[in-house]
Design a protein around this ligand. Structure first.
Ligand SMILES: *[C@@H]1O[C@H](CO)[C@@H](O)[C@H](O)[C@H]1NC(C)=O
Ligand SMILES: *[C@@H]1O[C@H](CO)[C@@H](O)[C@H](O)[C@H]1NC(C)=O
Length: 375
């Protein structure tokens, strides 16, 4: 009896082990091995320095020593074609090893770039990183490995300081982005997982925003299993625009399933949700103008409010002064009155309150200042 139980237990354990290693590469964004289950199969995914994160500009630390990022040879694509592939999780393009990035603590060499996106329904989602809780429609990642310390990507990706990724937030606009078109125009050649196509090499710098000086920097991880915590992240503050049509192509053309699969599965929503920051610091290379920007309406309201306040205050002061003057005038007047010849013609004709007011409005006038010493 006991032997049977032990056999069953061993068998179950064996099955679980096989299951683990068997499904290890079968991860998805939703479903049985969806992102909430990743940590079960890939322990690093449950680590404390995971990516992506929400970049909360009221909690970033300005570091004036962060210099602009310098792409190296991004504009020297060479004459060999780039290889674009659908790996079932994303569209990926290999980069020549002479490309790299400087302006980081170490020298990093380019490996590949890929994209993350949503499904085109409802509000813009699709980016992995968010700024102040707001998603963009898509995100480009250009992956580099530390060529100073490691022989290749495979070796570097598990190591601290192993990788550096440049992240570009993408949103939809009116104009076609020619540079992104160099990739997106070929998606219909790689609709199914496992397919690849050779595309003409092009200037990769054009995929980046103009301003490479404003960015966020933090230590994090790969955003896909096995989620190694080896990435020095740079997320540019400036977003890049592609057209609505280009975004729609990205969101709808690809499948995460192979061509021979009975039921094709759309490759959509391939973004990981933001992870806890824990006790990490996010640096920014620039000073954020204001965590909370005032809208035009708010500015108008503030200006009008201040004006009303000033006018109101002026009216109150005038009223108080008037009141003080008129009461003191009543006390003073009898002593002035006995000498009617003393006052000038117009002064005598004027009502008492106005006389008091004139005194305050122009105290230097000797004619009106005379009653004052008598009080
Ligand atoms: C990466 O470098 C290691 C160590 O030099 C080597 O053993 C391995 O074969 C290399 N892998 C690839 C994919 O080049
Ligand atoms: C990232 O980690 C390295 C090594 O642990 C550290 O020297 C560096 O200051 C960290 N960078 C940021 C932006 O936190």
């Amino acid at each position: 009896m006991g032997l049977v139980w032990i056999t069953v237990a061993v068998l179950l354990l064996f099955l679980k082990f096989v299951n683990c290693s068997g499904t290890a590469k079968e991860w998805t964004y939703a479903g049985a091995v969806g992102q909430s289950e990743w940590a079960e199969f890939f322990p690093d995914c449950g680590g404390s320095s995971q990516s992506p994160i929400n970049l909360d500009t009221s909690h970033t630390l300005h570091d004036p020593t962060l210099v602009p990022v310098q792409p190296l040879a991004y504009n020297q694509p060479g004459n060999k074609p780039f290889i674009l592939s659908n790996n079932g999780h994303t569209v990926q393009m290999t980069l020549p090893r002479w490309m790299g990035v400087a302006g980081l603590p170490l020298h990093y060499s380019a490996v590949q770039l890929h994209l993350h996106w949503g499904n085109g329904v409802g509000v813009a989602t699709g980016s992995e990183h968010t700024i102040n809780g707001l998603s963009s429609s898509a995100e480009l990642h250009i992956v580099h490995y530390n060529a100073e310390f490691y022989a290749n990507m495979t070796e570097a990706k598990t190591q601290e300081n192993g990788l550096a990724v440049l992240g570009v937030l993408i949103e939809a606009g009116e104009e076609t982005n020619q540079a992104y078109g160099r990739i997106l125009n070929y998606l219909d050649h790689i609709r199914y997982a496992g397919q690849q196509v050779a595309i003409p090499a092009f200037d990769v710098r054009l995929l980046l925003p103009n301003d490479l000086g404003q960015y966020f920097r933090y230590n994090g991880s790969l955003t896909t299993p096995p989620c190694h915590q080896s990435v020095l992240w740079t997320i540019f503050n400036e977003r890049v625009k592609i057209s609505h049509l280009q975004l729609m192509k990205l969101e709808t053309l690809l499948f995460s399933s192979k061509a021979e699969a009975a039921e094709p599965t759309a490759l959509q929503d391939n973004f990981r949700v933001t992870q806890p920051l824990n006790n990490r610091t996010v640096l920014s290379s620039f000073i954020h103008v204001s965590a909370k920007m005032y809208t035009t309406g708010e500015i108008i309201a503030i200006v009008i409010g201040s004006l009303c306040g000033c006018v109101g205050l002026a009216v109150i002061i005038r009223f108080i002064v008037k009141t003080i003057r008129s009461t003191s005038s009543w006390d003073v007047l009898p002593s002035i009155r006995p000498a009617p010849q003393h006052s000038t013609k117009d002064m005598a004709k004027e009502p008492k309150q106005d006389m008091a007011l004139k005194t305050t409005s122009d105290p230097t006038n000797p004619e009106e200042a005379t009653p004052q010493p008598e009080t």
